[in-house]
Write a protein that binds this ligand. Structure first.
Ligand SMILES: Cc1cc2nc3c(=O)[nH]c(=O)nc-3n(C[C@H](O)[C@H](O)[C@H](O)COP(=O)(O)OP(=O)(O)OC[C@H]3O[C@@H](n4cnc5c(N)ncnc54)[C@H](O)[C@@H]3O)c2cc1C
Length: 245
């Protein structure tokens, strides 16, 4: 029998909005040294000029706080609850996530790990469990509704969701500043991070490098910037050979 794969989802990330110009960061940096304050700060002719100025005068000196004046909003879908739980541990970002109370998750979509997909027996069992959970989610909703016809849909969903797995697809919108995005990537682009959140940050990196290459050209794991403290990959082993490790 051919499996119904229509509920198997995959990562999709869109850049909804970003500050759109380097000027807020440029102005923030210039104001530090401007006797006459903001009125005396005028944009340079081009984004490229402001980018080069920021790179040479600010970023090269490690003044990362200036990057907090650039923000990015992403719409993220096709990730699992396992992944979103890791993402929201980063506290210096703002999130809005699809509710499992207000949204009826009947026939929920789910993520299939590649390791599972590559093993036919594991994949069959995985799909089987997802099917069972789907049936039982709907059955539990019906039972709870019958037991208390006055209960509204949110009340039923909020209890039925206890049956939803980590694999269940979620959606969220995340707004984060450029400095924090680089910090998050240091952890989440590391080969020690979980594959799904790494894929998410690779997708985010592709989007922001197109918009603001000067800020994100080095976006990467801890070891893209200096010695690694995770200690578990080939790159880290190379760093350990260096003096001062
Ligand atoms: C490979 C990997 C494995 C992990 N495994 C686990 C695990 O097994 N269990 C688990 O619970 N977590 C785990 N985590 C999550 C990890 O512990 C962090 O919670 C998560 O990565 C967010 O990091 P953060 O606190 O630096 O980030 P953020 O919350 O974004 O904070 C950014 C920075 O702000 C500062 N900051 C924020 N809040 C405070 C505060 N209250 N006090 C002081 N400074 C603050 C810190 O400098 C912090 O680095 C793992 C993460 C990775 C990358």
């Amino acid at each position: 029998m051919t499996a119904d794969t229509s509920r198997e989802t995959s990562l999709h990330v869109e850049l909804v909005h970003w500050t759109g110009t380097l000027f807020p960061a440029y102005a923030a940096a210039r104001i530090c040294y401007s006797k006459d304050g903001y009125p005396a700060v005028t944009p340079l002719d081009t984004e490229a000029d402001m980018g080069a100025w920021l790179r040479d005068r600010v970023l090269a000196r490690g003044h990362w706080g200036i990057l907090e004046h650039l923000t990015f909003t992403f719409a993220i879908r096709g990730i699992s609850r396992a992944c979103s739980h890791q993402l929201v541990r980063h506290r210096i970002a703002s999130y809005a996530q699809q509710s499992q109370r207000y949204v009826d998750k009947a026939g929920f979509r789910f993520v299939v790990p590649e390791r599972v997909r590559a093993c036919p027996e594991a994949l069959a069992r995985y799909r089987d469990v997802m099917g069972t959970l789907t049936e039982n989610y709907a059955a539990l909703q019906a039972l709870l509704h019958d037991a208390d016809p006055a209960a509204n849909a949110e009340a039923v969903n909020e209890d039925a969701r206890f049956l939803l797995p980590n694999a269940c697809e979620t959606e969220l919108v995340m707004t984060v500043n450029a400095r924090q995005l680089l910090e998050m990537a240091r952890q989440r682009l590391c080969s020690r991070a979980q594959w799904e959140i790494r894929a998410l940050f690779r997708a985010i990196r592709t989007l922001v490098q197109v918009q603001v290459p000067v800020v994100f050209e080095n976006m990467g794991a801890e070891c893209a910037w200096g010695p690694c403290h995770e200690g578990g990959c080939a790159l880290a082993a190379e760093y350990k050979k260096q003096p001062g490790w």
